[in-house]
Design a protein around this ligand. Sequence first.
Ligand SMILES: [Fe+2]
Length: 532
Amino acid sequence: MLTLGINCLLHDTAIALVHDGRLVAAVEEERFTRVKHQAGLFNGGGMPLNSLRWILSNYGAYPQDIDRFCYAGAVDLYPSFLKAQVETLRRHAKELDSGMERSLFLDHHYCHAVSAFAGSGFERALIVTVDGEGDAVSIMLAAVGPEGIKPILRLPPSSSLGHLYTKVTRAMGFLAYGDEGKVMALAEHSERSSFDQWGTPVVVDSETGLVEVDWQAVRLLCSEACDVNSAFDRQVELAGALQNTLEHALCQLVLFGIARTGLAKVCLAGGVALNCCANRAISLLPEVEALFVPFCAGDQGTAIGAALLGDALYCATMHGHSYNSPYLGPSYSQDECRQELQSSGISYVQPEQPEQLAARLILDNMVVGWLSGRAEFGPRALGARSIFAASHLPGISDRLNCQVKHRATWRPFAPMVLEFDGHTLFEEPCQNPYMTSTAKVSPKARHLLSQTISARSTSRLQTVMPEKLPDVACILEEIRRETGAGTLLNTSFNDAGEPMVLSPRDALRTFFSTGLDHLFLSGLWVAKRDAK
Ligand SMILES: [Fe+2]
C-alpha cells in the first residue's frame, strides 16, 4: 500500500511517501523553490507540488497508484477567514483523489507525535508535542504504543510555549518561525539568570499539567528586546532568561507526563523540540530513561507523521510503522554531476579516494562543500549536503561566519564525531545521530572541538556510525589518524537566508558565491583556484 503524507497548511511544506508501513521518501518544498520555510496555503503559499512531482516520479508512481492522501491538519477546525484556502486544498485533494475518497485530514499534533514515535524504536513511549499551534492545540501529551495514540493533555494556543519563544525572537529583530535557534544560541552565551526582573511568565501545574502563560509579563519582556548588535550583553541576558523559562516548563511537563502514564521513555516533537539545549535539559532528568527527538521535529515532520499515521489507521496498528534514516530526498549520480560541470565549463578532477582527499584539505585549513547521496530531510545538515572544516584549527569558525555563511560572529558551529569517540570527547551520554541535543564537552577534548564549542562548554553534536554514513565516516577516520579523534566542523550547505542546497547546480552556485575553497559533487572534486 502506498500512502502519501502532505504538509501544506502553515510553513515548511513537505511530502512523504510510505510503502507498506515503511517510510521510503520525503522532501521539503523549500529545497526546490529555494524559499526557506516555504509557506503553505494559510500563509500565502501553495501546495508543495515540486515535492509531489519528485516523489511520484522517483517512485515511478502516478496519483492513481496512491492508496491514501493523508494531509496534516484537521481542516474542518479552521476559522472562516481561511475558507478560501481550505477550499483550495479540498479542490486539490479532489483532483488527486479522482473521486475515490482516499483523502484523510489528520490532527496536526497526532502527526507530530507519530513522526517522533515511528523513529524511536520504543515499544511504548510518552510523547510530548510542543509548537506554536496547530489545529488549535499548542501542547499535547500522549501515551503511544502499537494500539495507537492516547492523549492525556491537549492545551490551547493561550498556553503556547512556541508562541512565547517566537514573540521574543521577533522582538529581537529576528525572523519568527525560523530564527528561534539564534535566540537559543544567544542564550548559550549567558549566565542564565532567572526571569525575576520580568515576572514569572510561565507556570506549570504539577497536578494537572496545565500551562499558564502570563502574556503581560511576556509583553514586558518583549519591550526589553532590541537589535542584538546594539545591546549584545542585555539581549544575551534576556535570551538566557527566556531559555531558562522554556527548559523549566518543558521539564515540568515531561515529569507530569511520566507520573501520569508511568512511561519513562520519552519522544519530543513540534517546533519547540528543535531547541537542542532544552532537549539536553530533559534528557538529563533522572526520571527520563531515554529521550528520542526526530530529525524532522518541525512542521515538515507532519508530512512523515501523516503518511505513517494514515497507513497505521488502515492497518489498525502502529506496529511496523517506522523509519531509521533521514536520507530520504533526491540524489544525483556522478554522471549527472559530471554533466552539470561540463555544461557549465567548470574544470574538475575525479580523485581515486575523494574522502581521503577531503580529509587532507580539511586538515590543511580548507573549507569544503560536500554533496553526496540522498538529501537529508529536516532542518539540520547531516552529512549529505554539508560544509566541512576542521573543528580544532583556530580562526576557522570566524572565517566561516564572515566569508562563507555571511552571518554574525556569535553564531556557533556544530561538530560531527565518530560515535565510538563520543565517550572520550563528552562528559555525558551523547548518542545523537540527528543533531537534536547538546552535550557537555570534556575538558581534555576542548582543543579538538575548539571551533564548535559554546560559552557554556556544550556542543550540538552529530554522532556518526560508519554503517549509516560511510563516506563521512571515512573522512572522520582519516582525520582521526592525524588528531587522535574523528571530529569535524559540520554546517549546512547554504548561504545566509537560503535553504540547504539540493542539486549540483545549487551547490555550484553557493560554491562560487561564498568563500568555500573546495567542492565535492558525488565524488568529483572542484578546487576554486582551478575551477575556471
Ligand atoms: Fe506544529
